[in-house]
Design a protein around this ligand. Structure first.
Ligand SMILES: C[S@@+](CC[C@H](N)C(=O)[O-])C[C@H]1O[C@@H](n2cnc3c(N)ncnc32)[C@H](O)[C@@H]1O
Length: 323
């Protein structure tokens, strides 16, 4: 009798079923692996890593541990030790006062006798007091501390050479010089009231450091008037290094009020050194209220160690929180 079936029955045994499922899983595994293939790993930086290291380079302004080790090694391999600075062949140590006296008395080995003639040969005659750098001893702490301040502020505010920076009370450019050197032309601004400090800045520091071409905008004034700095741009960083503590509190608040709209919202920073007594002296929570009314937010207190001497600077950070 012929099978009367209209439908054919296919019988699959259990082992065959297991084998087919396993085969399908293995096939799928290889298919997925080939689809998600990535090139063999290499030590070359990926896009994002390269970007990060570029950013690190941009913000790496202060000396790295490797830099410090390098200089220590240089001193060691040259067998150098600190020595007394006494008269020796070709080296005639003078104090600033003695050097100033020498300049007045002897002027140097080769010099033009007549004052008019001297001016003909010297495009930018500099007063002797500035030539002997008397103004480097104006602030109680070593002049080298200016570099520490720059490094701290530049790194904390993440500025780039295109950023715009305003210093209130830049004095003799102890700090400002480093900003001017770092920034593109015209991007460093300063309001300073002391005439002798400004003379030191213009007649000695800028030309002596080859920074005239950076055209910093340095304006004499003491009333927190920033109109003359122009408009149509935001500052990335506004700082007052050892200045607000010498100003009447009222004037500090006037300044902040005028500056807040000139500060880049959110990313821009105001840094104030030493203390914020202009704030705390208001008492209670008046300071917070006043800051808030100006759209300013207190971001915290920082300390920064000097690289060269046992000293740290205290900084208070603010930002503008509204657009
Ligand atoms: C201790 S010095 C600091 C100078 C500079 N910021 C630095 O760190 O090297 C203080 C400076 O603030 C300046 N200053 C004080 N009151 C000022 C005011 N109302 N407007 C502008 N500058 C002022 C002083 O003339 C002086 O140059």
């Amino acid at each position: 009798m012929a099978p009367s079936s209209s439908s054919k029955t296919v019988v699959i045994t259990v082992p065959a079923l297991i084998l087919s499922v396993a085969g399908a899983v293995i096939f799928l595994f290889f298919l997925m692996s080939s689809l998600s293939y990535s090139p063999p790993s290499c030590s070359c930086p990926t896009g994002s890593t390269a970007q990060t290291s570029q950013q690190q380079q941009r913000h790496q302004i202060s000396a790295t541990p490797e830099d410090i080790q390098w200089v220590k090694t240089q001193i060691e391999v040259n067998g150098l030790h600190m020595q007394d600075n006494v008269l020796r062949k070709g080296i005639n140590p003078r104090t600033r006062a003695q050097q100033l006296q020498d300049l007045i008395q002897y002027k140097g080995i080769s010099h033009y006798e007549q004052e008019d003639e001297a001016k003909n040969h010297t495009s930018l005659p500099c007063p002797n007091e500035l030539l002997v750098e008397e103004h480097h001893s104006n602030y109680g702490e070593p002049w080298a501390g200016g570099r520490d301040v720059f490094e701290f502020l530049a790194e904390s505010s993440k500025i780039t050479p295109e950023s715009r920076v305003l210093e209130i009370g830049c004095g003799t450019l102890r700090v400002g010089l480093h900003f001017i050197s770092y920034l593109v032309p015209e991007h460093f601004h300063c309001l300073e009231r002391d005439e002798l400090s400004l003379m030191a800045a213009f007649k000695y520091e800028l030309p002596a450091h080859g920074l005239l071409q950076k055209r910093p905008l340095i304006i004499k004034g003491e009333d927190m008037d920033f109109e003359r700095f122009g408009s149509g741009f935001d500052y990335d960083l506004i700082y007052a290094s050892a200045v607000f503590l010498h100003m009447p509190d009222k004037l500090v608040w006037v300044g902040l009020e005028r500056l807040v709209d000139r500060l880049k919202p959110l990313d821009g920073r105001i840094f104030v050194s030493h203390n914020v007594k202009f704030c705390s002296r208001l008492g209670g929570d008046e300071c917070s209220k006043r800051l808030k009314s100006l759209k300013l937010e207190y971001m915290g207190k920082h300390t920064h160690d000097s690289l060269l001497f046992n000293h740290y600077e205290i900084w208070f950070e603010f930002r503008r929180f509204k657009l």
